[in-house]
Design a protein around this ligand. Structure first.
Ligand code: ASP
Length: 532
């Protein structure tokens, strides 16, 4: 008997072929495409396979047709793939045959279907917006497309439908959504793709609570339909300032507690040189932290010093206090900060960089001690600053995008103290990942122009939006959950490439397509492009 594991999108089925009746059974090779006709029968009890979804049955083959032979594949197509990612991307159509990849892509389809279901039910309509648009940077570099008909002129690929969705609000489509492809020519990063997909949502006559309610409802629906779980809504909220102060990041992972503690009052007057005259003295109380080894602490301390901080100082509470700041400790302090037997206290001192450093340390320790509880912990982070300083130019730039309305009480500081201006900006965060961003927009031209000016942006590029704001533009706001990242988090994966059918590498190459690549000189000529 010849046994073939026959796979389709739904499962693998054992196909049994008798080579005495069907001699070509002996020629069936791995990854051939076959058509088997037969009778599905129950397997004898001792041959049932619990590990297979179809393990109780098998197909007794009566007819067999080989529809197409396969070459020997360049890697073994199995769930637990051993091949390196480059090979998998080069032969993505084979990689996608693996059960795990099929599950990821099907999960993606089911989540997107649930999103559409929810929004359709809530009176939203799906509208497509252009991909070929004008170069209107929204915070990233544009991909440019040269025009053949208009020599030396360019289109740009849309970085998001931002401009159009605002125009749709002006046009009176007060509840819009779109599964939108966004193209941004940014520097490579491990979880970034030159093109990503988001579910872009915009609504008129709303404030933050309305947008949150829709997004929370949509996620609750996804969890119910796809994950078969009840998601607790509403999600908790933290302002940006609180998030940085308590978790050292604007994407806090709430699967474990361990907030950053302000220890300045307790330790600034201890006459301990590394803490002396430091703007910030902050630390972490690591519950049952005795397992953190000296080596790890030394490594962190080195990183802290490289960051410009005073290093990491620590004490463990056992019978007595041990560690580099044991002599600063007493029972009263321990009580104040809830440092109990077996706990570890880590402290650093320095400038504002302490927050992001302790935020990273917090995450590392949680990994080390396995502190993450199971499940999904969502939260909103709100009130982000509108501007930040661009590290390269030293000038003000929009921290998310410039179409955000400043908080009313901060409007007066737009020109005088830009960094103090908070926006009606929000992110949705889950398990330490930013899953969505959005804001309440400016529907007033003058205000929008003031923001462009501070961010050194050329308002003339955005004339179509600015003009539209002069024709009775309704107040509006929206959000854009990133689909790649959502699927990655729901599937418990760490790379977005695992949930995209045909991704690019971290270096923005398409290994399957062999792109970017040179083009025919004739094409360049038509576009009037020459190279030096
Ligand atoms: N257009 C924004 C983005 O792509 C999302 C939004 O503000 O709605 O990040």
């Amino acid at each position: 008997m010849v046994f073939v594991d026959l796979r389709d999108r739904t499962a693998v089925l054992q196909v049994v072929i008798d080579p005495r009746k069907i001699p070509q059974a002996n020629d069936v090779g791995l990854q051939d495409c076959i058509h088997a006709v037969g009778i599905v029968r129950e397997r004898p009890d001792n041959q049932k396979n619990q590990k297979m979804k179809t393990g109780d049955v098998e197909l007794e083959t009566v007819q067999l047709h080989t529809l197409a032979k396969s070459r020997v594949p360049p890697f073994v197509i199995e769930n637990d793939v051993k091949a390196n990612e480059e090979l998998r991307l080069r032969y993505r159509y084979l990689d996608l045959r693996r059960g795990t990849m099929q599950q990821n892509i099907i999960l993606r389809y089911r989540v997107v279907t649930a999103m559409r279901e929810y929004l359709n039910k809530n009176d939203f309509i799906e509208i497509e917006t252009p991909i070929l648009t004008r170069s209107m940077p929204e915070g990233a570099r544009d991909y440019l497309v040269p025009s053949r008909l208009y020599s030396k002129k360019f289109y740009a690929l849309a970085q998001s439908p931002q401009m159009y969705k605002q125009l749709l609000m002006v046009a009176g489509f007060e509840r819009y959504y779109q599964i939108a492809r966004c193209m941004r020519d940014e520097d490579p990063r491990h979880d970034r793709q030159p093109e990503h997909t988001q579910i872009d949502i915009e609504m008129s006559f709303v404030d933050e609570d309305d947008v949150f309610t829709i997004a929370e409802g949509m996620f609750a629906h996804i969890f119910k339909k796809v994950m078969e779980q009840e998601l607790r809504i509403p999600f908790p909220r933290l302002t940006y300032e609180q998030a940085i102060e308590e978790y050292g990041t604007d994407k806090p992972d709430l699967r474990f507690e361990m907030k950053i503690r302000n220890l300045k009052d307790i330790f600034s007057n201890k006459n301990f040189p590394p803490f002396k005259d430091k703007k910030e003295i902050r630390g972490l109380v690591v519950k049952n932290g005795s397992k953190i080894t000296r080596k790890i602490l030394d490594e962190f301390s080195e990183t802290a010093k490289k960051t410009g901080l005073s290093g990491i100082f620590w004490t463990k509470k056992e019978e007595a206090f041990s560690g580099s700041i044991a002599k600063l400790m007493d029972e009263e302090i321990a009580k104040k900060i809830n440092l109990e037997k077996g706990d570890l206290l880590l402290i650093s001192a320095g400038n504002d960089k302490i927050f992001s450093f302790l935020g990273r340390l917090r995450n590392e320790i949680a990994k080390e001690l396995n502190l993450h509880e199971n499940g999904f912990r969502f939260l909103w982070v709100t009130d982000f600053p509108i501007f930040e300083i661009d590290k390269k130019t030293g000038k003000f730039t929009a921290s998310h995008h410039i179409f955000t309305q400043p908080k009313k009480e901060d409007i007066e500081y737009i020109e005088s103290e830009p960094l103090r201006v908070r926006g009606r900006l929000y992110d949705l965060v889950c398990n330490g990942n930013e899953l969505a961003s959005g804001s309440i927009r400016n529907h007033n031209r003058t205000l929008q122009e003031r923001l462009f000016k501070v961010a050194n942006m050329d308002k003339n590029k955005y004339t179509m939006l600015l003009d539209a704001l002069e024709y009775g533009a309704p107040p509006h706001g929206g959000i854009a959950p990133g689909i790649d990242r959502i699927i990655m988090v729901l599937a418990g994966l760490t790379s977005i490439r695992e949930v995209i059918a045909f991704p690019k590498t971290t270096q923005a190459q398409g290994l399957l397509e062999g792109i970017p690549d040179v083009v025919d000189p004739k094409q360049l000529k038509e576009l009037n492009i020459t190279f030096e």
